[in-house]
Ligand binder design. Structure first.
Ligand SMILES: [Zn+2]
Length: 271
């Protein structure tokens, strides 16, 4: 799969344009960095011209950025435009690529590589898309850079990445936002802190438990299904929730299961 440029007319050679009168402000947001290379992602002609003019190191990083983008496009089954839109980047097909510096490209690549890694943890397209959307949201709400995002999603005993590995993208994002809101203090075991410290945390949402019980492995994804199985062997709370749902599985279709409130959805933080 390749990118589909929105504008391949190439009538204007923006590379020859006068550099922007205001130099690019230093930015810590990977999305700003990505925005600066959006024209290269969306406009094949501009990309080829840009790459040809970059010196060795810059060409190398720019090539990696484009490769990572192509990878994300492929596994999300989005077009380049859709990917950028969902990341919250304006769809600029022209820009001064000579002004794109190697620092920006490198930061951009750090973010894209990390996004590819996270997205690759889940098997099915809707989950992969959710990972991209939630990561973009996290960058905006937390104001973190790529390294900050890495740190955030790997914080705690049961980390946001652990949630993603179970396919629970929404819970992963919610936990990450909670950790970010708590500041730099690393979250220890959220299950054993707070006034309701003893309440066991169910990591799986009711929807996923029901899919798991119904053997909907295609919808869950095979890798994710395997991880859920392994998780149930060592997480008592989730195993109990699955047992509860199994016990109520004989209820005729169309009848709502009266689930306890704590099973209604994953609760990263005790309330
Ligand atoms: Zn669990």
């Amino acid at each position: 799969m390749t990118w589909a440029p929105t504008d391949s007319s190439g009538k204007t050679d923006e590379l020859d344009s006068v550099r922007s009168s205001s130099p690019l402000a230093p930015s810590s947001s990977p999305l700003d960095d990505l925005q600066s290379v959006a024209p290269m992602i969306l406009n094949v002609e501009l990309r080829d011209r840009g790459l040809a003019r970059y010196d060795g190191p810059k060409r190398l990083v720019a090539g990696e950025v484009l490769q990572s983008t192509a990878q994300l496009v492929q596994i999300t089954e989005w077009s380049g435009e859709q990917l950028l839109t969902n990341l919250g980047c304006p769809l600029r097909t022209h820009g001064d690529l000579a002004a794109v510096d190697i620092k920006r490209l490198t930061r951009c690549q750090t973010f894209l590589r990390f996004l590819s890694r996270l997205t690759g943890l889940v098997d099915v397209v809707p989950d992969r898309r959710a990972v991209v959307i939630e990561c973009a949201g996290l960058l905006k709400t937390t104001g973190r850079d790529a390294d900050g995002l890495v740190e955030l999603v790997e914080s705690g005993d049961f980390t946001p990445v652990d949630y993603i590995r179970l396919g629970e993208i929404g819970a992963a994002a919610e936990l990450a936002r909670t950790i970010a809101a708590q500041g730099a203090t690393p979250v220890q075991d959220m299950a054993t802190t707070g006034p309701f410290g003893e309440a066991p945390i169910v990591h799986l949402s009711t929807a996923r438990i029901e899919m798991y019980i119904a053997d909907m492995h295609d919808a869950l994804g095979n890798e994710v299904s395997q991880r859920i199985k392994a998780h149930l062997e060592r997480c008592e709370a989730c195993a109990e929730a699955v047992a509860y749902c199994r016990a109520h599985a004989a209820v005729p279709e169309g009848v709502d299961l009266p689930l306890p409130a704590e099973l209604a959805r994953p609760t990263p933080t005790p309330r």
